[in-house]
Design a protein around this ligand. Structure first.
Ligand code: ATP
Length: 419
């Protein structure tokens, strides 16, 4: 049986992964818990998320199904922050032979916006046993996490791992004691197999949250060996428990490849087009440009040095944009510059060094100072400040699910990694 759980936390505390960590240990008395459990990141643009839109799934081999179900329901009702009106937990108990039929539900949950009714219909169509608290929105993530379990344990599907260390309850909400130099040392030794532990551009440690939840820190990477190597080097306050999750983090699972006219809000896209307005910076440091005269693309202030790449674009450059679509704007996560304009047409320069003025449409150009004339505009080579290839936002601004460029394999594209 695979158990899917979601929506147990609130901005005040708790974390669905912590609940999973506790259950992985406590359910051992009922049967064999198959490790690692799954941490699935779902559509990052959903308006209902607390933080990273994560949901969890735990597989257990057991004959004691009814007791396990009751135990899980009791634990969720004790540990979830049910007082918060946005916390609406959902639990699903899915038989192994039905679970793979949830893979398409996972694909939709990671890339589109689903309704509670969609979850209800899937539950009744597949005859899944479920338990909902309050409005039951968590059933969406719970079903998707079970689908993700089947998808991600297929060795052909891109996946990563995260080792999460949790704090004892008496420390929740207090400042995390982590020895920063040891984290930098761990990064130096285990990068690129371990990534997004630190942000070299800002000099910050980014693998520990600042919220009052039970997470001390999470180490993300491609291999469990490199993650445990980093863990062995990091010095910090004692942790209460430790769980390794198999995840879809850093895999780009959320993107849909489409054209601009097919776009729907609250989805994330990969689109090709031409820059049709010069990038402009507005108050607050956000940078915008238009793609194909239609789509507003934005690099927001937290993306930091990524904005310099966007500011370097000029009208006519061909790009591939990656980002979440909300409020009519594509919030850029990555960009691939496919081709750069190398020359522009300018009014000719006179022998005196001044640029000539146009005499009207089709009338040629004339130097105001010495009266020289010329018929055609000139082609001028321009110096570009960027080169073709893929660029990404700084680590501290990344979506959990977006693939860091250091994980980009093959494709022969030039990759400009920001670490
Ligand atoms: P944390 O990362 O700390 O676990 P969170 O960001 O995961 O918090 P949740 O509290 O789980 O946030 O809230 C997300 C809610 O959105 C859940 O109820 C989940 O079922 C729902 N949800 C997830 N994916 C979708 C989707 N594609 N469409 C609609 N609702 C979704």
């Amino acid at each position: 049986m695979i158990i899917g759980i979601d929506d147990t936390d609130s901005p005040r505390g708790m974390c669905t992964t912590y609940l999973a960590s506790v259950l992985v240990d406590e359910l051992e008395v009922y049967g064999k818990v198959i490790k690692p459990p799954i941490l699935a990141r779902l559509n990052p643009t959903v308006p209902f998320k607390t933080r990273g839109n994560g949901a969890v799934a735990i597989k257990i081999e057991t004959d004691d199904i009814e007791n396990i179900k009751q135990y899980v329901i009791d634990r969720v009702s004790e540990m979830a922050d049910l007082e918060d009106k946005r916390t609406n937990p959902g639990i699903v108990f899915v038989d192994d032979d039905v679970a793979s039929r949830l893979e398409s539900f996972y694909r939709y949950a990671v890339s589109t916006l689903l309704s509670i009714d969609d979850a209800g219909k899937t539950i009744s169509d597949l005859g899944v046993d479920s338990y909902a608290f309050k409005n039951g929105r968590g059933l969406i993530g719970a079903l998707a996490a079970v689908g993700a379990f089947c998808t991600l344990t297929n060795s052909n599907v891109d996946h990563t791992f995260e080792l999460i260390a949790y704090r004892p309850k008496n420390r929740w909400g207090s400042k995390r004691q982590i020895d920063e130099p040891s984290v930098w040392d761990a990064d130096a030794l285990t990068y690129p197999l371990v990534w997004d532990t630190v942000d070299h551009t800002s000099g910050d440690i980014i693998f520990a949250p600042h919220s009052p939840d039970p997470v001390l820190y999470g180490i993300r990477g491609d291999t469990t060996d490199s993650i445990f190597e980093a863990f062995g080097m990091i010095k910090s306050e004692d942790c209460e428990r430790l769980t390794l999750f198999l995840t879809n983090q850093g895999t780009d699972a959320h993107y849909i490849t489409a054209s601009i006219d097919e776009m729907i809000e609250y989805r994330s896209y990969i689109l090709d087009g031409v820059v049709t307005s010069p990038p402009r910076t507005i108050q607050g440091g956000h940078v915008f440009f238009k793609l194909d005269n239609t789509l507003e693309c934005a690099a927001f202030e937290p993306t930091k040095s990524f904005r310099d790449v966007i500011r370097s674009l000029i009208v006519g450059d061909r790009v591939r944009v990656f980002g979440g679509f909300k409020d009519g704007t594509l919030n850029l996560e990555k960009i691939e510059i496919l081709s750069l304009i190398e020359e522009v047409m300018r009014n000719p320069v006179c022998t005196c060094g001044k640029r000539m003025k146009s005499m009207g449409k089709g009338q040629g150009f004339r130097c105001k100072a010495c009266g020289n004339r010329q018929i055609d505009r000139e082609r001028v080579k321009i110096k570009r400040l960027v080169e073709c290839g893929l660029y990404e936002v700084v680590p501290s601004a990344r979506r959990h699910i977006t693939r860091p460029l250091i994980r980009e394999r093959g494709g022969g594209r030039k990759v400009h990694v920001t670490r």
